[in-house]
Design a protein around this ligand. Structure first.
Ligand code: ADP
Ligand code: ZN
Length: 521
């Protein structure tokens, strides 16, 4: 049997293992099971590729990323390893050729899409050859509470039942403590050795700011801090990808669009320009980035709020893979919160599903609104303890917090009065107009200047009021309803109205028109 170290050097051309790779590989080579949590770019692939080359038989790799299988197989062929894949994109002849090679023991690695195992013929095919190990990539897909659940992963416990003596390694880049436990249980890996790498990416500077004029804010970031740098700008919709890319081009920045609605040739060409040319900015939906290994991405900017911390971590993780300083910048505003809450309300699926989406959004909002270190909050979400980092916006310029209890009460009581006394519901804009005492046409038409709460919030600026609403939504002290996004109080609002709960709010960074004792009296 060749040694893992010699395969590392002679096949892959690396001198030494990175992080816990050596221990993980020893575990699998020795016939044990492993559960591996390692951030993107940490080097998970070698953890099963080397044992597959060292052990007798074929390493069977379960992966949901069908689009990447060809690349992985090509990369392995380039270093002289014998690898193939089986998925639904192949012709019958192709499949037969791969199956025969497997039976004949000619493969070091065989990549399988998880749905292949639903077919009993695949299971019997596997029984006709010799298996060296099973690798289950993207193992968080087995978690029903994760952000990327795939039902086909649930039946992967068949691997343990059918082949109890074959070592298994499950790998993922995103897993909270709860997800990790769920992976271990569902995949019958409770006895496996767990390898948890640090999720910290110290060279990434995390920054989250309030959205005012997002395109101008983005342009300022690129021009002042990242001129000529390669980066990725994420937008929620295809339309905003197009608009943003055009805006950057008009302002002299080498930007390209990428989204699923583009012709596949255009997409491929934009992707390869981004990878090959220096200093390209890719403006994309989250369809872009999976499996992209470009080391010198200097910034990742989000113009819209990610749906989960997992997504945010994965997307920002594409910055600074070379270890040099990089920026993760996010602009988010009231509209983001309203829009996502509405999308969740209107999404199909059962209550449990909607609650799950809500919980993911809440965690993302908590990261946005925290007055503490972003990194502490982010790593804490993945179950990792740390201390204030000195390399995020809240560490570099600590935000002030203020007592927003009275402001919250004013907003809530306006909502309650309009609803009880006049049976009316309104969105944030109109409610803020009432509170600051603005006599708009709508205010006078509706005779809202007669309300007891008219003008009682004039000590807080309009901009600060929007921030108050956003933070109350983030803390579930207000809710958005219906297609017009009207505001309502929640069961938690009662304690604020009665004075039993203090509302701590974050003061927005660029402070304009700051009223004296805002919210204090
Ligand atoms: P992951 O799957 O965890 O995102 P990969 O397996 O794709 O990460 O590895 C990320 C990069 O690091 C790849 O370019 C890979 O070749 C490189 N790499 C992995 N292990 C080592 C090592 N021990 N020494 C040097 N480079 C490594
Ligand atoms: Zn910090």
């Amino acid at each position: 049997m060749v040694s893992a170290q010699s395969v590392l050097e002679s096949t892959f051309g690396y001198d030494s293992f990175r992080g816990q790779q050596g221990e993980i590989i020893n575990t699998i080579v020795g016939g044990g099971d492993a559960l591996v949590l390692m951030p993107t770019g940490g080097g998970k692939s070698l953890c099963y590729q080397i044992p597959a080359l060292v052990r007798d038989g074929t390493g069977v790799v379960i992966s949901p990323l069908i689009a990447l299988m060809q690349d992985q197989v090509d990369a392995l062929a380039a270093v002289g390893a014998r690898a193939e894949f089986l998925n639904s994109t192949q012709s019958a002849e192709e499949r037969t050729r791969v199956e025969n090679a497997y039976r004949a023991g000619e493969l070091d690695l065989l990549y399988l899409a998880p749905e292949r195992l639903r077919v009993s013929s695949t299971v019997s095919l596997l029984e006709q050859g010799q298996i060296g190990l099973f690798a289950i990539d993207e193992a968080h897909c087995v978690s029903q509470w994760g952000h990327d659940f795939r039902p086909d992963y649930l039946q992967l416990d068949v691997l343990h039942d059918r082949w109890p003596d074959v070592p298994r390694i499950a790998l993922t880049a995103t897993a909270t403590e709860a997800t990790r436990t769920e992976i271990a249980q569902r995949l019958k890996l409770t006895d496996a050795t767990q390898f948890v790498s640090s999720f910290d990416r110290p060279n990434i500077q995390y920054r989250i700011e309030a959205k005012a004029q997002p395109l101008q804010q983005l342009l300022a970031l690129l021009n002042t801090e990242h001129p000529g740098d390669a980066g990725i700008v994420y937008c929620l919709s295809r339309a905003s990808v197009e608009k943003t890319a055009q805006f950057l081009v008009d302002n002299g920045i080498a930007a390209l669009p990428y989204h699923a609605g583009l012709d596949s040739k255009v997409r491929a060409s934009n992707q390869s320009r981004f990878l090959r040319e220096d200093g390209m900015v890719m403006v994309a939906t989250i369809a872009f980035g999976m499996g992209i290994d470009k080391p010198d991405v200097r910034f990742v900017a989000h113009l819209d709020l990610p749906k989960s911390v997992e997504g945010y971590y994965q997307e920002t993780g594409r910055a600074g893979r070379d270890g040099l300083p990089a920026t993760a910048w996010l602009a988010y505003g009231l509209q983001d919160v309203m829009q996502q809450r509405r999308m969740i309300d209107q999404s199909g699926g059962d209550l449990a599903h909607r609650r799950n989406l809500s919980a993911h959004l809440d965690a993302m909002l908590a990261l946005c609104e925290t007055v503490e270190c972003r990194r502490v909050q982010l790593l804490g979400y993945f179950g990792q303890e740390s201390t204030a980092c000195g390399n995020c916006d809240t560490c570099l310029s600590p935000p002030e917090s203020w007592d927003g209890t009275v402001a919250a009460q004013k907003m809530m009581s306006t909502i309650v009065r309009l609803d009880r006394e006049r049976n009316q519901k309104f969105g944030a804009g109109h409610l803020v107009d009432i509170l600051i005492g603005k006599t708009t046409t709508r205010v006078t038409q509706q005779r809202h200047d007669d309300l007891a709460t008219f003008g009682i919030g004039s000590d807080v600026s309009e901009q600060d009021w929007r921030s108050v609403v956003r933070q109350l939504l983030a803390q579930s002290l207000l809710a958005v309803q219906g297609e017009y996004g009207t505001l309502a109080i929640t069961p938690e609002s009662a304690a604020v109205l009665s004075g039993d709960r203090i509302v701590k709010l974050r003061r927005e960074a660029p402070r304009k028109a700051r009223g004296s004792g805002a919210g204090g009296g």
